[in-house]
Design a protein around this ligand. Structure first.
Ligand SMILES: C[S@@+](CC[C@H](N)C(=O)[O-])C[C@H]1O[C@@H](n2cnc3c(N)ncnc32)[C@H](O)[C@@H]1O
Length: 487
């Protein structure tokens, strides 16, 4: 098929989405196959008064009819069958009959769907994620049922069963608030709280009573409590590496305090109206003091806001997350911690380096190149380097040459190493070399922060490549969407 023939083509109609109330309404399904049965069951579930017209023998249809759920007319469709019918589905594959039915539907004002033939249909049926009373309908306007089914599958994965219970609970609270004459502003406040991950989590864990009790407290005005903060790991950069839990919390946050290492694509996941506060500390520039950040977190939580403290990588790895967690907890604020993909793991993965490998490395050490000894270098550097097979050094750029020299003194200057700058960002860079070569290679490649150093035999490309060859795979390039440049 040529590109030109793909370029042309018809424009599908733009449909108007509706949900029909079919309770007690007469509905007709023509056909006795699997599709017809599925349609008939769907209409029964919606409360329709369903007649199936089919001359085909079918034990499933027998069962449905015997249980009184449908009326089965064991014959072909005849003109007049659509009289007084609100909705009809032709799942019979009979082209001639479809023509007759189409005419009758037109005359009698019956909504008609001819299965798999959108152009002969007055309506088409969407792919549905059913979390009653929540129904998510997906339509591609007849262009690609496959794409609709795929999207339904993905939505079904992210919208769990608890959503149905949540929507029902919100509905009950809504009726109560309306009857009690609550102001619209108060109602909105209660709904915002109800939609938080906390209520959903209770429902997901089967604690419906606790969720209802919480909803009752919120509806009674006992909403804010001591306040809450979610300490969320944003991952190394690429928004695709943010956890689902992190995404959900960002999606419902009132205010997000974020660090310098957070990718703009992650911030873009916050809904409009979220207050975004940059509290990043950047080298050479005055940033907010740690105490100031903690105070602002506390104030926001106490004001009843949903606060997210968003940190690069994992929130509790070298990011002062531990201190914030402690301070907030001491102040009586409830803190949820959502782990993130730390650069400790993301950086070696970006360079295709296993941190451990059978027969090569079975221990890993992580140190910072920033804090510690009087010279600004980590006091434990040599000790850790001597003790482990693979070493990960975070924040190495400020003292790179010195760190490499100190490692070389312990492990020899031929120890293989890799430096990855901005792993999983669009401008990710990877340089490999021995400890003796790496400083110059990094300068040539123009590696910029944030960067992480990994050293150990596992870094030897030969080791990885040999292993990959054994497995019949190729050396992985990059984690994220940027496309790593390997020097
Ligand atoms: C203050 S620490 C925070 C670490 C973070 N909490 C984590 O778990 O990745 C910052 C250091 O993490 C490393 N880092 C963070 N993101 C990185 C990235 N995308 N690529 C390479 N290194 C990264 C760098 O060593 C950087 O100097």
């Amino acid at each position: 098929m040529s590109t030109q023939s793909l370029d042309r083509g018809h424009r599908s109609p733009r449909y108007y989405p509706v949900y029909l109330d079919l309770r007690g309404r007469r509905c007709v399904v023509v056909g006795g196959g699997d599709v017809a049965l599925a349609k008939a069951r769907g209409l029964v579930d919606a409360g329709g008064d369903v007649t199936v017209i089919s001359s085909e023998p079918s034990s499933s249809l027998d069962d449905l009819a015997a249980s009184g759920q449908v009326t089965w007319l064991r014959r072909e469709y005849r003109r007049g069958d659509l009289s007084g019918v609100r909705l009809a589905i032709d799942a019979s594959d009979g082209a001639l009959m479809a023509h007759d039915m189409g005419r009758e539907a037109e005359e009698s004002g019956t909504l008609l769907n001819v299965h798999d033939q959108p152009l002969r249909s007055g309506f088409i049926t969407p792919a549905v994620v059913d979390r009653h009373p929540l129904l998510i309908a997906v339509s591609t306007c007849g262009e690609s049922p496959y794409a609709a089914a795929e999207l339904r599958r993905r939505l079904a994965g992210s919208v769990g069963e608890e959503w149905g219970q949540l929507v029902a609970l919100v509905g009950r609270v809504r009726r109560h608030l309306r009857e009690s004459g609550s102001s619209p502003a108060f109602q909105r406040k209660v709904f915002r709280h109800l939609m938080t991950a906390e209520v959903r989590q209770l429902l997901r864990q089967g604690q419906a009573e606790a969720a209802t009790a919480l909803a009752a407290r919120l509806a009674a005005g006992d909403a804010a409590g001591p306040g809450r903060v979610a300490l969320v790991g944003a991952g190394p950069g690429d928004p695709g590496l943010l956890t689902q839990a992190g995404r959900e919390l960002l999606g419902e946050a009132d205010v997000v305090f974020y660090d310098a290492l957070v990718h703009p694509g992650v911030l873009a996941l916050c809904p409009p109206g979220t207050t975004l506060v940059d509290v990043g500390k950047r080298p050479g520039r005055p940033g907010p003091l740690q105490a100031e950040i903690t105070t602002r977190l506390l104030e926001s939580a106490r004001a009843g806001l949903r606060v997210v403290r968003l940190k690069g990588g994992d929130p509790l790895v070298f990011g002062r997350g531990g201190e914030e967690l402690l301070e907030l907890t001491r102040a009586g604020v409830q803190v949820t911690v959502i782990p993130g993909v730390s650069s400790v793991l993301a950086v070696p993965a970006a360079a295709g380096i296993p941190l451990t490998m059978r027969g090569v490395a079975s221990s890993v050490g992580v140190v910072t190149g920033h804090e510690g000894g009087a010279d600004g270098c980590p006091s434990g550097l040599e000790a850790v380097a001597a003790a482990v097979d693979t070493l990960v050094v975070l924040m190495p750029l400020g003292h790179l040459e010195e760190i490499l020299a100190r490692l070389a003194a312990v492990r020899g200057s031929a120890w293989p190493a890799v430096l990855v700058g901005r792993a999983s960002w669009e401008d990710e860079k990877v340089v490999r070399g021995s400890l003796g070569e790496l400083a110059e290679a990094a300068r040539r490649a123009g590696i910029t922060a944030p960067a992480t150093l990994v050293a150990g035999e596992v870094v030897g490309a030969a080791v990885v490549e040999r292993h990959c060859a054994e497995l019949g795979t190729t050396l992985p390039g990059t984690l994220g969407r940027g496309g790593a440049k390997h020097d």
